[in-house]
Design a binder for this molecule. Sequence first.
Ligand code: MN3
Length: 204
Amino acid sequence: MAFQLPALKYDYKALEPYIDAMTMDIHYNKHHGGYTNNLNAAIEGTSLTALPIEEILKDVSKLSPAVRNNGGGYYNHNLFWEIMSPNGGGRPQGELLNLIEKFFGSFNEFKEKFSNAAATRFGSGWAWLVWSDGSLKVFSTPNQDNPLMDVAEIKGIPILGLDVWEHAYYLKYQNRRPEYIQNFWNVIDWKAVESKLQMAISKL
Ligand code: MN3
């Protein structure tokens, strides 16, 4: 079975004014669609087609750059669309908030640390909040790498990710990456992040 581009839960203009409709359209159809097609082409006729994406990424150092780049791009964008919502923003609740306060001191300190990871990633990449060895950690990865990969500096299960490739913000924000990062907080779906946390905790 080939990997499929998952349906978006909202339309292209739903995250405006923070993420504009044209960026959403191109990002989802051309970029995410491209990673999906290129991943399928890269694994066609191999035993990898029988594996879930998480299993493929786990041993990615043994695989081709095409699988690393497009498999990462496929997984990362699936997560990115899921953790945003037109009804997003505000603050996390419940166990997620408790763990953020436990590991970062406060929600504001976490917010600053995550924003800083996103702002200081040189070139293209992602900022992550990760469930790793029984704790929450923040860091960033280059290109389409992610914390599921054996090549990652910090390994774990990502529960929040921010795409800081220029294709994610340049049409609206041009060189103003910090403004894009600041506006991301208005569209985070904390319920979706909380459910990813619960799944991550139950797996480890
Ligand atoms: Mn992207």
